[in-house]
Design a protein around this ligand. Structure first.
Ligand SMILES: C[S@@+](CC[C@H](N)C(=O)[O-])C[C@H]1O[C@@H](n2cnc3c(N)ncnc32)[C@H](O)[C@@H]1O
Length: 260
């Protein structure tokens, strides 16, 4: 189990005024020089040197993609070599929803876990909106995820996001002990597609939710399996359709675990 950055406030030597409210907190590509996989992080924060081991090394080619959400430019390093290294349509839709409903969602200091975070766009937007984020995924995705989170949040958000391995249905009690769980939100975008882990995914979603936890699940509906999953999902969660994006076939659901 990898745990890269620990959650909490940002490193103490934050620049004056840097933070989510500060217009100077746009992604500063100079602050993390791009001449190496992690730029010159050693000079930025010596205690973060260990992060270099999470530099993405397992994909042959990358592109830099630019997004704008919650008033900030976000740069994501993507690779078409992995499902988990590109931003999927439901992530875009969920980010749009989060920025448009920031006030009512009230992410400020909220505890949030994202499953199947991929290259990290949703977790980055949640961090920009003030949340304490734990972004999770399969082990081989974590390097690029960590890179993108760090690049877009170090010295720019109130809380530094954490990255943790979370394989659906495996070692949950060991790595995420039930007694310690207190997430305000669990986020998931485009985690339901053509694979064999849908029962484990549903069990993991249920496991991570406590009374009061809100699960926001965004999904592009492509296959009959998406609708089959939705039927099972509704048996486990009280479910409300929050938004629909007909042009992309993405739906966003709010769900709370049924406790009776
Ligand atoms: C289609 S991608 C979506 C990525 C991101 N959420 C987005 O919308 O851009 C699905 C993600 O689920 C992750 N995933 C797939 N199977 C998984 C499993 N069994 N356990 C944990 N994560 C898994 C993949 O690594 C990938 O990052």
């Amino acid at each position: 189990m990898d745990s890269c950055l620990h959650p909490g406030r940002q490193p103490r030597h934050l620049e004056e005024g840097a933070g989510p409210q500060d217009s100077s907190s746009e992604v500063d590509t100079e602050a993390l020089r791009t001449d190496g996989p992690l730029g010159d992080l050693n000079e930025v924060e010596p205690s973060l040197q260990s992060l270099q081991k999470f530099a993405p090394a397992n994909y042959a080619s990358y592109t830099q993609e630019y997004y704008r959400f919650a008033g900030k430019k976000i740069v994501i390093q993507e690779s078409i070599e992995s499902y988990g290294a590109v931003v999927w349509p439901a992530a875009m839709a969920l980010c749009q929803y989060l920025e448009e409903h920031a006030e009512e969602l009230n992410f400020q200091d909220a505890k949030i876990l994202e499953i199947g975070a991929g290259p990290g766009l949703v977790s980055i937007v949640a961090s920009i909106l003030g949340a304490q984020v734990t972004a999770t995924d399969l082990p081989d995705v974590l390097g690029n995820l960590q890179f993108n989170l760090l690049k877009n949040t170090l010295h720019h958000t109130a809380h530094l996001p954490e990255v943790k391995e979370l394989v659906w249905g495996e070692g949950l009690e060991e790595h995420f002990p039930k007694a310690t769980l207190s997430y305000d939100y669990v986020l998931a975008s485009d985690v339901v597609y053509h694979h064999y882990f849908l029962d484990k995914l549903l069990a993991t979603m249920a496991y991570l939710c406590q009374p009061g936890t809100v699960l926001l699940w965004a999904n592009k509906f492509r296959f009959s399996t998406d609708y089959e999953f939705l039927d099972k999902f509704k048996q486990v969660f009280d479910t409300t359709l929050l938004a629909e994006f007909p042009e992309s076939s993405v739906k966003i659901f709010k769900a709370m675990l049924k406790w009776d």
